[in-house]
Design a protein around this ligand. Sequence first.
Ligand code: NAI
Length: 347
Amino acid sequence: VFDHIEFDEHEHVAFCHDKGTGLKAIIAVHNSHLGPALGGCRMWPYANSDEALNDVLRLSKGMTYKAAMANLNQGGGKAVIIGDPRAHKTPEMMLAMGRFVESLSGKYISAEDSGMSVADLRTMAQETTYISGTKANYHFAGEEADGNPAPSTAYGVFTGVKASVEHYFGTGLQGKKVAIQGLGHVGYRLAEHLHREGAELFVADIYPEGINRAKEKLNAKIVSPDEILKLDVDVVAPCAMGATINRQSISTLKAKVIAGAANNQLETEDLGEILKGEGILYAPDYVINAGGIIDIYHQKMLSSNEALKSHLEKIGATLKEVYKRADEQNLATNRVANTIAEEKFKK
Ligand code: NAI
């Protein structure tokens, strides 16, 4: 999300090496003005510790902005474990990571991220109470809740797509053409919500399972991954990896709205101005995809289904606030989101 990160912006950065288990990890607390720093723990085969440090600094900063925009009493933090999750992860290493989290006495609360499963978090939780996302006491959207926040993320993105379409077209989703890039945990569920509201779906993935199911059950049209962002549709929803919105993809984009789940959708922040210049409405990624962190927060608070749902539905209202200010001040939506978040957490 951010082009430049200063190390000294962060409140606390802790390095851990546990010789017995081979754990090498970094926890970064970016800002805790609004509450303890909440953010996932990622395990990734970083080439070196500089790469891991850069990632954890960037990701933890992003979490501060995300939590502030989601109106959570939480700050931003993140943890990274250096290693290949398939080759290097052991239960003993997860226990050591739990002790490392515990050593910060609640300044940082950990959750799931790439390379880590709910089962890993449960192992960490044997050594620390500062974990969320291991169980949920609600059954959201008819699904058995096991701690995985993807159903909430998808519902939040859906409310965000709806708000963006209302803002841009002044209509609902009925008959709107939406192209979804990536039909994984979030993308497929988003497709279900959109289908229910009468949207016409175009879907792409590099694996056949999700797109075939969407074709059969949701009447979606399958498109090749190379074509999905070039379609003549109303909305594109990036729900795969980051940086798919770049100078090249913008030059062939026909959609009027970009609203999807992926983190770090813009390759660089200045693309916000380019999108604005092209008359394309961009839903800032960390605003529209905050459903995951909202879910993790409500798991921690042992909230009801209704409390979670109404919080997720506020994502649409927050986006409308961003769009309104962007229009009034003639600014790019990503810049306006950053300013609003800073107003909240720098108070
Ligand atoms: P996932 O891994 O379940 O799904 C991603 C899908 O994208 C996979 O099906 C994959 O095959 C597909 N894909 C990969 N490369 C592609 C390409 N070039 N073209 C088309 N499809 C491609 O991940 P998940 O959980 O659905 O997350 C999707 C995005 O949303 C990620 O960027 C993630 O960081 C972000 N996100 C997810 C949250 C969650 O609660 N799961 C929360 C907030 C953000």
